[in-house]
Structures are given as structure tokens and as C-alpha cells.
Design a protein around this ligand. Structure first.
Ligand code: HEC
Length: 438
């Protein structure tokens, strides 16, 4: 009996030790460091992903221990832009202070390997998909696109037509590419196109300078958009709970926009979108709605949306929402002059629902922020978006030197203040529903 009590007491100690009382010398790869790295860094730092080197094995991590200490202490890695004290998201990527200290202590004490086995390659990382089964449909480019190695940043829109025997309920959707390290971010829209001809337009349009070509070529396909999604390094699939989702049309086209990093040698890229269908019909349709520039409430942006050269300027948009709805994610969007972004909603009872705050906007780390549970927004709520922009030479990201007058439009040199929300009409109990982790 006594023996038993003593044993369980010991177990407790063992559980608590690594977290609380571990002295700096005792921090080891196998016990402390590997789990932190594999959970928080390896999703991007592995073969085929976007980060410049792999962080999987002891050797790969140990030789960069000091570098890792620096980038984690400064919160540069893992990249996470929203203010965690404003809203916490389901896909949050942040290290605790304790984890940061463990990484630092380990670097300072010679990176001990420790005892016990570490599974070097975490099991969840299957090549090809992060979902738990292979895709039912892959819509991708037929031939590889050659990205020129001339160090120019590019935006290319690809036309990817598809046709299936019948429309199907979508359970999950995932961006796919053979060469993610050259991709900064991607977004895609799925359009229902029952009859337009796919053969009389180009396979892709270079959207880097002008948005006009793209409109002229593909406007005929964009009459019935079914879904809109996106990818940045490290993000995985999107999936929807229970009978919630959207319906993949029988015939249509995926318009895939890829933002390429500047590269020094030619690269071949094949990208696309893969779909996972489910048998159960979709009962509750989700829809992505764009607010602000180019979307609902554009005319409510105050003051009028333009930013003269050499000024910092702030804007605000208020729109009244006319239906009680549940939201699954928010996806803020600005271009290179963006400095801060904030969105919240004030209900008719004057309760404030916080949506997102990004205190230091970074064009290269745009992403979709998923709420852990659905968020109810009552009818009559005022949605507010606030954005601040810096069009001076102090903004290192300013694409024009000297700074130029900038209007609201979609080229990277123009500006936007936009937020996309994924929502559906509210039903009782939605606030309790987990939004499946993307
Ligand atoms: C969302 C994807 C992602 C995650 C998660 C991530 N990284 Fe990175 N990391 C990148 C990318 C992309 C780069 C290269 C671009 C850059 O340096 O900004 C990078 C660069 C780095 C660099 C080089 C920085 C420099 O100045 O050159 C280090 C060191 C690093 N990461 C360490 C880590 C560590 C440690 C973690 C986990 C605690 C981590 N990263 C998590 C994507 C990620």
C-alpha cells in the first residue's frame, strides 16, 4: 500500500519536473527540445515546405541552437502576427515563455542529447496531404510553370478547370504544390461554370503589374463563386464540422493566385487544390464574405480611401450586419503600406465582440485566423474595421521610392483594407461547437 502511494507520488514528480524545476544543465534534446521543435517548427521547417532549412533531427537543430534561441526570444519564430491578448485563435502558433527559456538554456549548455529515443520524423507529416486520408479529387496544373530565376516577385493567376459526374459535399480542402519553398502565399476561388468555354482563354495570367488582363480573360468564369480560401507556409487543410460546408459544383474552374518569392535560379512548379468529399449532404452552407475594399461596406470607409505620398493615414469602416450569424474565421488583408489592422463588432446591446488585432502588419505572413468555437454575431451588430497605413520613406516595405499617391485597388502597389469572414446563419448552440482545427 505504502509502496503504491509512493509510486504515484513519484510519477507526479516526474510529470512536474520538466516544466517547473528543471535546472538549465538538465535540458535535453530527447526530453524537452525535440517535442517543442517538432510541434512548433517542423511543420514549416521540413523537406518540401517553405522554410529555408529543415529542423527535424538532432544535428539540424543543434547546429542552429544559438540562432534558434535568438529568433524565439525575439518572437520572430514561429511567425504569429495577431495580438494574443486580444483574441486567441484555434491555429495559434506561439511558444510559452517557459518553452522559450528551455530552448535558450539548452543552447547555452552545450545542447545535451539526453537519453531515450526521439521519433525523428513526426508521424503526422505524410507527403502529399495533412488530412487523414488521400484526396478524392486533385485539381492542378497540367504542365509545370517555370518560375524565372531573375529575383522578381511575381503574382500569377492559374486557370484550373474541372468536371465531375455530380456535385458533391466538401468536407475539407487543401492547397498542394511540388515546390512550396518558392511560394509566399496562395489563394484560390472555386467558381461554378456550367457552360462557358475553357479553351478560349490563357492557362495563366501574370498579374504582377496589371490586374486588367486577368479581368479580361477570366471575368466570364467569375459569376458564381462557391468558395474562397488561402494558404501560407505552414498552414494545412481547411475542414468543416458536422453537416456544415459547401457544395462543389459539377463543372467549374479553380482560379489559383500564387504569390512567388523572388528566386535566383529557375524553378519548376506544379500547384493546385485538392478536395475531400463526404457522403452526408451539406445542411448548412458556409459562405465567405469580403468586407471593406472591393467588398461589402466599401463606400462606408472613412475618410475616402486614398493615401497621399509622405503621409501616415488611418481609416475606419462601420457596417451594420442584417442577420444573426455564426463566424468560423476572419482573414484580414492589406498590402505593403499596412501598419496595423483591427476588427471588432458591437452588438445592439453594446457588447463588444473582439475579432482580431494585428499590431504590426506584415504582408508576407497573411493568413486565415480560425476561432476555437463559432462566434455568434447578432442581427443589428455594427462591424468595425480599422487600418493604419504608412506611405512615407520610413516604411521599409513601401514599394515606391519616392512614395506615390496610392488608391484602393488590387495591385500590390495599390492598397486595400479588407476582411473576409466565413459565416453561416446562426443556429442555437453554435457557440458551443468546435470549429475543427484547420
Ligand atoms: C509558419 C511556418 C514557420 C514556422 C511554424 C516556423 N518557421 Fe522558421 N522560418 C519560416 C520561413 C518561411 C523562414 C524564412 C523566411 C524568413 O526568414 O523570414 C524561416 C526562417 C527561420 C530562421 C532563419 C531566420 C533568419 O533570420 O534567416 C530560423 C532560425 C527559424 N526560422 C527558426 C524557427 C524555429 C526555431 C521555429 C519554431 C519555434 C520556427 N522557425 C517556426 C517558416 C516558419
Amino acid at each position: 500500500m505504502l509502496h503504491k502511494v509512493f509510486r504515484s507520488f513519484c510519477c507526479c514528480l516526474l510529470l512536474i519536473l520538466p516544466l517547473r524545476h528543471v535546472s538549465a544543465q538538465q535540458v535535453t534534446w530527447s526530453q524537452h527540445i525535440a517535442p517543442i521543435i517538432h510541434r512548433n517548427c517542423t511543420p514549416c521547417h521540413r523537406h518540401g515546405e517553405a522554410a529555408p532549412f529543415s529542423l527535424v533531427t538532432y544535428d539540424e537543430v543543434a547546429k542552429r541552437a544559438n540562432f534558434i534561441k535568438r529568433v524565439t526570444e525575439s518572437h520572430y519564430m514561429p511567425p504569429w502576427k495577431p495580438d494574443p491578448h486580444y483574441v486567441t485563435f484555434a491555429n495559434e502558433r506561439r511558444l510559452s515563455d517557459e518553452e522559450i527559456k528551455l530552448l535558450g538554456d539548452w543552447a547555452e549548455h552545450g545542447m545535451p542529447k539526453g537519453e531515450g529515443e526521439v521519433k525523428e520524423v513526426p508521424q503526422a507529416f505524410v507527403e502529399g496531404t495533412l488530412f487523414h486520408r488521400p484526396p478524392d479529387l486533385v485539381v492542378k496544373m497540367n504542365t509545370a510553370y517555370t518560375l524565372k530565376g531573375d529575383n522578381v516577385e511575381r503574382f500569377i493567376v492559374y486557370k484550373l478547370p474541372f468536371e465531375i459526374p455530380d456535385s458533391l459535399a466538401v468536407e475539407a480542402i487543401e492547397f498542394t504544390s511540388n515546390n512550396r519553398k518558392v511560394i509566399h502565399h496562395a489563394n484560390y476561388e472555386i467558381n461554378d461554370v456550367p457552360d462557358a468555354d475553357f479553351n478560349n482563354t490563357a492557362d495563366y495570367v501574370d498579374n504582377t503589374e496589371s490586374h486588367l488582363d486577368y479581368y479580361q480573360q477570366y471575368v466570364q468564369y467569375r459569376k458564381k463563386m462557391k468558395y474562397f480560401g488561402g494558404w501560407i507556409p505552414g498552414s494545412s487543410y481547411e475542414s468543416y464540422p458536422e453537416d456544415i460546408g459547401w457544395v462543389m459544383p459539377k463543372r467549374g474552374v479553380v482560379l489559383l493566385t500564387v504569390h512567388y518569392a523572388p528566386v535566383g535560379k529557375d524553378e519548376e512548379v506544379i500547384s493546385g487544390v485538392q478536395f475531400f468529399f463526404r457522403k452526408k449532404p451539406v445542411k448548412r452552407l458556409i459562405r465567405a464574405t469580403s468586407y471593406g475594399s472591393g467588398g461589402v461596406g466599401e463606400k462606408e470607409i472613412e475618410p475616402f480611401f486614398y493615401i497621399p505620398a509622405n503621409v501616415e493615414k488611418s481609416f475606419k469602416m462601420n457596417v451594420k450586419l442584417t442577420e444573426t450569424q455564426s463566424i468560423l474565421y476572419v482573414w484580414p488583408h492589406m498590402h505593403l503600406l499596412g501598419q496595423t489592422f483591427k476588427a471588432y463588432a458591437v452588438t445592439p446591446e453594446k457588447d463588444t465582440i473582439r475579432l482580431i488585432s494585428i499590431p504590426q502588419w506584415d504582408f508576407n505572413w497573411q493568413e486565415i485566423y480560425w476561432f476555437p468555437k463559432m462566434v455568434k454575431i447578432p442581427k443589428g451588430t455594427i462591424l468595425t474595421i480599422e487600418g493604419k497605413y504608412d506611405n512615407t520613406v520610413n516604411n521599409a516595405a513601401n514599394p515606391s521610392f519616392p512614395p506615390q499617391l496610392v488608391y484602393g485597388a488590387m495591385r500590390t502597389k495599390d492598397e486595400m483594407m479588407t476582411m473576409i469572414m466565413l459565416s453561416l446563419p446562426y443556429e442555437k448552440g453554435d457557440e458551443e461547437k468546435d470549429v475543427k482545427r484547420p
